[in-house]
Design a protein around this ligand. Sequence first.
Ligand code: ATP
Length: 302
Amino acid sequence: MSLLTVENLSKNYDGKPAVKPVSFQFEAQKCIALIGPNGAGKTTILRSLSGLLKPSTGSITFHNMKPKEDIRHYIGYLPQYPSFHTWMTGKEFLVYVAKLAFIKPSEAEERADSLLARVGLEDAKNQRIGKYSGGMKQRLGIAQAIIHKPKLLLLDEPVSSLDPIGRREVLTLMEELKTDMTILFSTHILSDADKVSDELLLLHQGQIVEEGSMDFLRSKYQTSKIELTFSNGTKTYKSKIESLKFVQECYIEKEIIHVVSSDIASARSEILAAVSKDNWPLSTFSISRTTLEEMFMKAVSS
Ligand code: ATP
């Protein structure tokens, strides 16, 4: 059963489409990464889902939602550039946000305390936010986004501006939170998506060009390739390798010859046989998988 169904959501700015009609469904307790380059439409989709932006077309429905019910009860949102009252302490800020969400004052205190513990800020709860690190601010931002216990948490580029430590802290927190809610987060950093997400939506020029689990995308787009270098005459050997039977594609990048083949084992045997027979001055030889970035480029160009 789907938690959320989005149908034909689109957004035009001044008549120009930023997001073309997109449809998708999410199940409960999943972490989904919305991936795309700058300008792909990630923020526009997240802001439309959050209720902050009115989409040009489309509908957003939660399972068991009553007609005309306010969708904002279901959704927590952390924008790409959150702003805080830096003179407040972490706890004061959460109590303030809880009150804005119409939570009773006695409960607001309790929720603030338990959430601060949950996001790892218990020891810093009485410190002013102005003294928090970037990672601490993001974790506080996540706490404010879930103060009203939403079913869907939307995070816009939650780790892009953080250092490696802050990044790991926030990604770990996201992994913990998905036991209680569905998380949709945007990123253009594919390795972050790989670390925490169950599903990916690849967005390009306002359209979803691919969706599915990382394993599905790997099986569809990831191939092996051989990388080799010669002590002299890289270009000469490239043209020799290109003519071999099992070699599909061959190109030079950073003085390294890259060989793509759908039968990597046969290509390897063929190349090594040629190296040994004609005594080619081989310096390095390795087999690697195509990177996430290469997979993304393939998905957007297919
Ligand atoms: P980034 O990673 O840079 O944040 P994004 O994938 O989140 O990019 P959006 O911010 O959703 O992309 O922008 C999608 C397109 O819509 C871009 O071409 C952008 O210039 C345009 N756009 C966004 N907001 C507005 C606006 N308020 N008015 C006009 N055009 C806009």
